[in-house]
Design a binder for this molecule. Structure first.
Ligand SMILES: NC(=O)c1ccc[n+]([C@@H]2O[C@H](COP(=O)([O-])OP(=O)(O)OC[C@H]3O[C@@H](n4cnc5c(N)ncnc54)[C@H](OP(=O)(O)O)[C@@H]3O)[C@@H](O)[C@H]2O)c1
Length: 303
């Protein structure tokens, strides 16, 4: 199986490059090798590689910055995705694309299912929804995997930020009224590889569509921070207080949904695949890290 992967240096892309390797030949691009903002580069890359599977892990992911850069977000998350979908269809490749809980407004009281009507409340969410709609209307074989609250030992994410603040502050204030499933990039990449390994590109294409794929269980950002602190406690000389705050006490450019919970039942029912609980994924990541190490962007660790 020949797999073209975009965004190989991102949180999910980096994990995918490793997780997908046993399945075949992975031809992975970073932005330097394939800039999604340049449609001709997409066309050139897909037509020269002619993959069986095209995995798009690249995206404009700066949620707050997107509020002042809507065109840049739309170019990568929607216009480029339309070109990727057209080109994948042209070479009969399965397109696996990642999307987000931020396509929803968060007003629902229970976990969102795939049939729920999206209603994004920020620019990033609108750009991601436009990407999903482009894929569906082009209608080649595709899987759209919506995930949430992704973290890894690289990139910019809540896990690394809290880990640093725990060492620097006496008090850390964390939003407690947004609920979701923290999802480790590794668990998500492993689940993606499991889907492909168990069902083949053709099998996945036959059951194509939108799927919610997150770690099991839910918590708040405050609950997530508290669990990170519990795991880090042996390394913390003076553990700070972790104070719950409401969303409106935390100023940010983009609004976020209060309810980011995504039901994974369709994924389990259709493909027999489910991720571990979020606490187990976090503990697994923590186990692999050097004790007490301060992590910077791109800190290497063994998979
Ligand atoms: N992070 C989350 O919490 C979260 C939640 C739900 C869904 N998702 C989705 O999951 C997917 C992967 O997210 P992630 O967390 O792995 O993001 P990430 O760490 O920000 O990685 C995104 C990658 O995309 C690349 N990229 C950005 N613009 C590009 C362009 N014009 N051409 C080529 N590459 C470009 C970036 O390259 P540079 O390094 O050069 O910038 C980066 O390596 C995205 O579709 C995202 O929407 C993420």
């Amino acid at each position: 199986m020949k797999i073209l992967l975009t965004g190989k240096n991102g949180q999910i892309g980096w994990e995918l490059a490793h997780a997908l390797a046993p399945l075949g030949e992975v031809i992975a691009f970073d932005r330097g090798g394939l800039d999604l903002a340049v449609p001709d580069q997409i066309v050139g890359a897909v037509r020269s590689v002619r993959p069986d599977v095209l995995v798009n892990a690249a995206a404009y992911t700066a949620v707050d910055r997107a509020e002042s850069e809507p065109d840049a977000a739309h170019a990568v998350n929607a216009a480029a995705v339309a070109v990727l979908a057209e080109e994948a269809k042209r070479v009969h490749a399965l397109l696996i694309h990642f999307s987000t809980d931020y396509v929803f407004d968060g007003a629902k009281d229970t976990p969102y299912v795939e049939e729920d009507r999206p209603y994004p409340i920020n620019v990033y969410g609108r750009s991601k929804l436009a990407g999903e709609q482009a894929i569906r209307s082009i209608d080649g074989p595709h899987l759209i995997l919506r995930t949430s609250w992704v973290y890894a030992t690289r990139g910019r994410n809540f896990f690394l930020t809290i880990r640093r603040l725990l060492r620097e502050k006496e008090e850390v204030r964390v939003v407690s009224d947004q609920m979701g499933a923290p999802t480790s990039a590794q668990a998500l990449a492993d689940a993606t590889a499991e889907l492909l390994g168990r069902h083949s590109a053709a099998g996945l294409g036959d059951a194509g569509g939108v799927y919610h794929v997150t770690a099991r269980g839910y918590t708040s950002w405050h609950g997530f921070a508290t669990e990170i602190a519990r795991l880090e406690l042996p390394d913390l000389p003076n553990p700070p207080r972790i104070v719950p705050i409401a969303s409106d006490q935390y100023r940010s450019a983009a609004r976020r949904p209060r309810n980011s919970r995504l039901s994974n039942e369709k994924l389990l029912r259709t493909f027999g695949v489910e991720l571990p609980r979020w606490e187990a994924c976090l503990a697994a990541l923590h186990e692999r890290l050097p004790r007490g190490a301060h992590l910077d962007v791109g800190t290497p660790y063994r998979r």
